[in-house]
Design a binder for this molecule. Structure first.
Ligand code: DX5
Ligand code: ZN
Length: 219
Protein backbone atom coordinates (compact mmCIF):
# COMPACT_ATOMS: atom_id res chain seq x y z
CA UNK A 1 0.00 0.00 0.00
CA UNK A 2 1.23 3.47 -0.88
CA UNK A 3 1.35 5.80 2.12
CA UNK A 4 2.20 9.49 2.38
CA UNK A 5 4.09 10.84 5.37
CA UNK A 6 4.01 14.63 5.34
CA UNK A 7 7.15 16.36 6.60
CA UNK A 8 6.25 19.46 8.60
CA UNK A 9 9.86 20.66 8.77
CA UNK A 10 9.33 23.66 6.49
CA UNK A 11 6.01 24.79 7.98
CA UNK A 12 6.21 28.34 9.30
CA UNK A 13 5.17 28.95 12.89
CA UNK A 14 2.39 31.35 11.97
CA UNK A 15 0.88 28.74 9.62
CA UNK A 16 1.40 25.69 11.83
CA UNK A 17 -2.07 25.10 13.28
CA UNK A 18 -3.83 25.83 9.98
CA UNK A 19 -1.52 23.49 8.04
CA UNK A 20 -1.77 20.70 10.62
CA UNK A 21 -5.58 20.86 10.50
CA UNK A 22 -5.38 20.93 6.72
CA UNK A 23 -3.22 17.80 6.69
CA UNK A 24 -5.70 16.02 8.93
CA UNK A 25 -8.52 16.88 6.52
CA UNK A 26 -6.31 15.91 3.56
CA UNK A 27 -5.74 12.47 5.19
CA UNK A 28 -1.99 12.35 5.32
CA UNK A 29 -1.08 8.85 6.52
CA UNK A 30 1.56 10.16 8.95
CA UNK A 31 3.04 13.38 10.27
CA UNK A 32 6.80 13.11 9.59
CA UNK A 33 8.85 14.81 12.32
CA UNK A 34 12.42 15.77 11.30
CA UNK A 35 14.49 16.04 14.47
CA UNK A 36 17.91 17.64 13.82
CA UNK A 37 20.39 18.24 16.61
CA UNK A 38 22.83 20.71 15.01
CA UNK A 39 25.55 18.03 15.19
CA UNK A 40 24.58 15.08 12.98
CA UNK A 41 23.38 17.77 10.55
CA UNK A 42 24.10 21.52 10.85
CA UNK A 43 20.53 22.60 11.53
CA UNK A 44 18.94 22.36 14.98
CA UNK A 45 15.18 21.72 14.96
CA UNK A 46 14.91 20.15 18.40
CA UNK A 47 12.75 22.84 20.01
CA UNK A 48 10.57 23.49 16.95
CA UNK A 49 9.83 19.80 16.39
CA UNK A 50 8.93 19.28 20.04
CA UNK A 51 6.51 22.20 19.83
CA UNK A 52 5.04 20.97 16.51
CA UNK A 53 4.64 17.42 17.76
CA UNK A 54 2.77 18.72 20.81
CA UNK A 55 0.44 20.73 18.60
CA UNK A 56 -0.12 17.80 16.22
CA UNK A 57 -0.95 15.48 19.13
CA UNK A 58 -3.49 17.99 20.41
CA UNK A 59 -5.40 18.23 17.16
CA UNK A 60 -4.96 14.86 15.45
CA UNK A 61 -4.90 11.10 15.93
CA UNK A 62 -2.91 10.57 12.75
CA UNK A 63 0.23 8.50 13.49
CA UNK A 64 3.58 10.18 14.07
CA UNK A 65 6.65 9.10 12.08
CA UNK A 66 9.79 10.36 13.84
CA UNK A 67 13.01 10.77 11.81
CA UNK A 68 15.98 11.32 14.11
CA UNK A 69 18.92 13.07 12.44
CA UNK A 70 20.88 13.18 15.69
CA UNK A 71 24.12 11.88 17.17
CA UNK A 72 22.74 10.94 20.57
CA UNK A 73 19.98 8.59 19.46
CA UNK A 74 19.00 7.35 22.94
CA UNK A 75 18.48 10.88 24.28
CA UNK A 76 15.95 11.68 21.54
CA UNK A 77 14.27 8.29 21.68
CA UNK A 78 13.61 9.07 25.35
CA UNK A 79 12.23 12.47 24.41
CA UNK A 80 9.85 11.12 21.76
CA UNK A 81 8.62 8.02 23.61
CA UNK A 82 6.26 10.35 25.49
CA UNK A 83 4.49 11.26 22.25
CA UNK A 84 3.74 7.61 21.60
CA UNK A 85 4.82 7.72 17.95
CA UNK A 86 4.01 4.93 15.53
CA UNK A 87 7.66 4.58 14.53
CA UNK A 88 11.07 6.02 15.38
CA UNK A 89 13.77 5.96 12.71
CA UNK A 90 17.42 6.63 13.48
CA UNK A 91 20.48 6.92 11.24
CA UNK A 92 22.87 4.01 10.94
CA UNK A 93 25.73 6.54 10.57
CA UNK A 94 25.03 7.94 14.06
CA UNK A 95 26.04 4.73 15.84
CA UNK A 96 29.50 3.30 16.39
CA UNK A 97 29.03 -0.42 15.92
CA UNK A 98 26.65 -3.32 15.44
CA UNK A 99 26.12 -3.77 19.15
CA UNK A 100 25.00 -0.14 19.62
CA UNK A 101 22.58 -0.49 16.72
CA UNK A 102 21.09 -3.68 18.16
CA UNK A 103 20.75 -2.11 21.62
CA UNK A 104 18.85 0.89 20.25
CA UNK A 105 16.57 -1.36 18.19
CA UNK A 106 15.75 -3.35 21.30
CA UNK A 107 15.29 -0.25 23.44
CA UNK A 108 12.77 1.31 21.04
CA UNK A 109 10.86 -1.96 20.72
CA UNK A 110 10.72 -2.45 24.48
CA UNK A 111 8.82 0.81 24.58
CA UNK A 112 6.22 -0.56 22.20
CA UNK A 113 7.31 1.53 19.24
CA UNK A 114 8.21 0.34 15.74
CA UNK A 115 11.78 0.82 14.53
CA UNK A 116 13.24 2.17 11.32
CA UNK A 117 16.85 2.57 10.19
CA UNK A 118 17.87 5.27 7.75
CA UNK A 119 20.87 5.57 5.45
CA UNK A 120 22.29 8.70 3.86
CA UNK A 121 22.82 8.81 0.08
CA UNK A 122 26.50 7.80 0.35
CA UNK A 123 25.96 4.88 2.72
CA UNK A 124 25.69 1.49 1.02
CA UNK A 125 22.29 -0.09 1.49
CA UNK A 126 23.98 -3.45 2.14
CA UNK A 127 25.09 -2.06 5.52
CA UNK A 128 21.56 -2.42 6.90
CA UNK A 129 21.03 -6.01 5.68
CA UNK A 130 22.09 -7.60 8.97
CA UNK A 131 19.49 -5.62 10.90
CA UNK A 132 16.53 -6.32 8.61
CA UNK A 133 15.17 -9.25 10.65
CA UNK A 134 14.77 -6.95 13.69
CA UNK A 135 13.25 -3.78 12.23
CA UNK A 136 10.00 -2.61 10.63
CA UNK A 137 11.19 -0.10 8.08
CA UNK A 138 14.20 1.12 6.09
CA UNK A 139 14.36 4.80 5.25
CA UNK A 140 16.39 5.49 2.14
CA UNK A 141 17.35 9.16 2.01
CA UNK A 142 16.87 10.52 -1.49
CA UNK A 143 18.62 13.79 -0.57
CA UNK A 144 21.45 14.61 1.84
CA UNK A 145 19.70 14.94 5.23
CA UNK A 146 19.52 18.40 6.76
CA UNK A 147 17.18 20.56 4.69
CA UNK A 148 13.76 20.50 3.09
CA UNK A 149 13.16 21.60 -0.47
CA UNK A 150 16.17 19.89 -2.09
CA UNK A 151 16.34 17.99 -5.40
CA UNK A 152 16.09 14.21 -5.38
CA UNK A 153 19.42 12.46 -6.10
CA UNK A 154 18.58 10.04 -8.98
CA UNK A 155 21.22 7.45 -7.98
CA UNK A 156 19.29 6.72 -4.77
CA UNK A 157 16.47 5.10 -6.77
CA UNK A 158 18.75 2.17 -7.61
CA UNK A 159 19.38 1.65 -3.87
CA UNK A 160 15.66 1.24 -3.33
CA UNK A 161 15.49 -1.37 -6.09
CA UNK A 162 18.47 -3.29 -4.66
CA UNK A 163 16.96 -3.27 -1.17
CA UNK A 164 13.51 -4.33 -2.36
CA UNK A 165 15.00 -7.26 -4.29
CA UNK A 166 16.96 -8.40 -1.22
CA UNK A 167 13.87 -8.10 1.04
CA UNK A 168 11.74 -10.16 -1.35
CA UNK A 169 14.41 -12.80 -1.93
CA UNK A 170 14.75 -13.31 1.82
CA UNK A 171 11.05 -13.24 2.60
CA UNK A 172 11.27 -10.28 4.99
CA UNK A 173 8.24 -8.13 5.75
CA UNK A 174 9.46 -4.55 5.80
CA UNK A 175 8.36 -1.13 4.66
CA UNK A 176 10.65 0.94 2.46
CA UNK A 177 10.33 4.66 3.09
CA UNK A 178 11.97 7.33 0.91
CA UNK A 179 12.59 10.92 1.94
CA UNK A 180 13.66 14.08 0.17
CA UNK A 181 12.76 15.92 -3.02
CA UNK A 182 9.69 13.76 -3.74
CA UNK A 183 7.05 15.29 -6.01
CA UNK A 184 4.16 14.10 -8.19
CA UNK A 185 6.60 14.09 -11.16
CA UNK A 186 9.11 11.65 -9.67
CA UNK A 187 7.12 9.50 -7.23
CA UNK A 188 6.36 6.84 -9.85
CA UNK A 189 10.04 5.94 -10.31
CA UNK A 190 10.38 5.33 -6.56
CA UNK A 191 7.16 3.34 -6.43
CA UNK A 192 8.25 1.04 -9.21
CA UNK A 193 11.64 0.61 -7.52
CA UNK A 194 9.79 -0.78 -4.48
CA UNK A 195 9.23 2.04 -1.98
CA UNK A 196 5.82 2.14 -0.27
CA UNK A 197 5.99 5.07 2.20
CA UNK A 198 6.79 8.48 0.75
CA UNK A 199 7.93 11.42 2.85
CA UNK A 200 6.88 14.61 1.15
CA UNK A 201 7.42 18.07 2.62
CA UNK A 202 7.42 21.17 0.46
CA UNK A 203 5.47 19.62 -2.44
CA UNK A 204 2.52 19.22 -0.06
CA UNK A 205 2.75 22.08 2.43
CA UNK A 206 3.48 24.66 -0.26
CA UNK A 207 0.71 23.47 -2.58
CA UNK A 208 -2.59 25.34 -2.88
CA UNK A 209 -4.67 22.23 -2.40
CA UNK A 210 -3.00 19.78 -0.02
CA UNK A 211 -5.77 17.20 -0.34
CA UNK A 212 -5.51 17.11 -4.11
CA UNK A 213 -1.71 16.92 -3.96
CA UNK A 214 -1.84 14.00 -1.52
CA UNK A 215 -4.40 12.19 -3.68
CA UNK A 216 -2.24 12.72 -6.76
CA UNK A 217 0.84 11.42 -4.95
CA UNK A 218 -1.07 8.37 -3.75
CA UNK A 219 -2.47 7.40 -7.12
C1 DX5 B 1 15.48 16.19 5.03
C2 DX5 B 1 14.25 15.70 5.75
C3 DX5 B 1 13.04 15.55 4.88
C4 DX5 B 1 12.62 16.78 4.15
C5 DX5 B 1 11.48 16.51 3.20
O1 DX5 B 1 16.58 16.12 5.86
O2 DX5 B 1 14.51 14.45 6.33
O3 DX5 B 1 11.99 14.95 5.61
O4 DX5 B 1 12.27 17.82 4.99
O5 DX5 B 1 11.12 17.70 2.57
P1 DX5 B 1 11.06 17.86 0.99
O6 DX5 B 1 9.92 17.01 0.51
O7 DX5 B 1 10.83 19.30 0.83
O8 DX5 B 1 12.37 17.41 0.42
ZN1 ZN C 1 12.82 13.23 7.15
Amino acid sequence: MVEISTSILNVKKEDATRIFYGLEVAHTDYFHIDVMDGKFVPKDTTELMKEYTNTVKQISNIPIDVHLMVENVKEFVDEYIGFNPNIITFHLEALKNEEEVKNIIEYIKQNGIKVGISVKPNTKVEEIYKFLPYIHMCLIMTVEPGLGGQKLIPETIEKVRTLKKYIDENGFDLDIEVDGGIKPENIESLKSAGANIFVVGTAIVESNDMEKTIDTLRS
